[in-house]
Design a protein around this ligand. Sequence first.
Ligand code: URA
Length: 209
Amino acid sequence: MSGATIVHHPLVQHKLTIMRDKATSTQGFRRLLREISLLLCYEVTRDLPVTQQTIETPICEMESPTLAGKKLVFASVLRAGNGLLEGMLDLVPSARVAHIGLYRDPKTLKPVEYYFKAPEDLNERLVIVVDPMLATANSAIAAVDKLKERGANNIRFLCLLAAPEGVAKFNEAHPDVPIFTASVDQKLNDHGYIVPGLGDAGDRMYGTK
Ligand code: URA
């Protein structure tokens, strides 16, 4: 598996355009992120296995499909991941949640973990890692490293925007983890921002800048 699956759905692309616009308010950005995360969640779960269950409708008995296996895990990379997480939980309310906190060491520029909490049995569940921006991919790679260390072996990565450099680096580090995104943009700039991108997703979401 290499590259990324781009979700070309017109609603996704329309909402993304409004999110990119610097004139969009914090409130608008947050609402759109929640809406777009429902659509992205729909795509990233499109091929989940189902099993047949016998139920009784008011009319008759029938065999009907339900999701097979254990509940999903959504793993949010703090803090911006939480913006995607909320909408995903609207769509899959029974999902379990992992939180992964990473900061960038100012000297080494490498991601350092400050928080990790996840369900015990990651090895038995599909884990969908969520982080809106796949830029350098350093934190995404570190988050997946950690989840694998804790036993996860069936992982997908969902973001809103990606840089080609981040996609390539992530693919190289974790070729078994497919990436889903609404767009692969032009490039990363010298400050590690995606171009044209949408700015700092966390700041735009929480109004911190
Ligand atoms: N993180 C962001 O929030 N924005 C970028 O463009 C890159 C990383």
